[in-house]
Design a protein around this ligand. Structure first.
Ligand code: ZN
Length: 64
């Protein structure tokens, strides 16, 4: 019985870690696809954009 609980706990933790990794990977993919996040509104804009198309805030131009 204790063994069963331990297995369930391990599987649960593994599932949570797996989902967190999947989420961070999806975020990285979104950043690659849509560009950099706007520091003002948080939406993704084109990496070369100087002004956010969502809130018209001035964006820091970084080539990194
Ligand atoms: Zn914005």
């Amino acid at each position: 019985m204790v063994f069963l609980i331990a297995v369930v706990a391990i599987v649960g933790v593994a599932l949570i870690l797996f989902k967190a990794r999947q989420r961070s990977r999806a975020r990285a993919a979104a950043r690659e696809k849509y560009g950099k996040p706007c520091p003002s509104c948080g939406k993704y804009v084109h990496p070369a954009a100087a002004i956010c198309k969502h809130c018209y805030a001035r964006l820091p131009t970084s080539k990194a």
